[in-house]
Ligand binder design. Structure first.
Ligand code: ADP
Length: 153
């Protein structure tokens, strides 16, 4: 390979691989979940970020390791405070769709300096408003896996 054709090959590959080809299962909690239970879920499910859904089961927020650490360090009652009070909330959530490329997902993760993004399906609710159902998760680990695949070829 010449330098140029390697770059073209990798570039094509990253645009060809879709989010739906590489996404992982999302780990989802409700807004009422306590901070304590959220931390236990992080350990049990072995993820760094939890996605939060509202009563209608639509994406409403994201809670990260550091969001949780902040509350613990602040010495607040982690058995009483719900994640809904500390999460990063819609409309500030960065997400991707199944048909986006893995490059699109990597770009979002890099530009917003976050570890992962929820994969969503857009649907209209009974009021005609667009809502998002969580169908997966793309994290830096998924991006790394794609690079390992490229390395194998
Ligand atoms: P950590 O805070 O554990 O290092 P992140 O870097 O992913 O994890 O999160 C940094 C901040 O960005 C946190 O406050 C978190 O709630 C928020 N965040 C994480 N993922 C997203 C996302 N997909 N969209 C919007 N905000 C996010």
């Amino acid at each position: 390979y010449t330098g140029n054709s390697i770059q073209t090959f990798i570039g094509d590959y990253l645009h060809k691989i879709k989010v739906e080809d590489t996404k992982s299962f999302p780990v989802i909690v409700s807004e009422e979940t306590t901070i304590y239970d959220a931390i236990v879920t992080l350990f049990l499910e072995d993820v760094g970020t939890l996605f939060v859904q509202n009563k209608d089961k639509y994406l409403s927020g994201v809670v990260s390791r550091k969001d949780l650490l902040k509350i613990v360090v602040g010495n607040q009652d982690i058995h009483k405070i719900p994640v809904g009070m500390i999460m990063t909330r819609m409309p500030n959530i960065v997400f991707v769709h199944d048909k986006d490329s893995i490059y699109d997902a990597a770009l979002e993760i890099m530009e917003h300096e976050i570890d992962s993004v929820p994969v969503v399906e857009s649907i209209k609710d009974q009021h005609g408003e667009v809502q998002y159902k969580i169908t997966g998760r793309i994290s830096k680990t998924n991006i790394t896996k794609v690079f390992v695949e490229i390395g194998k070829e």
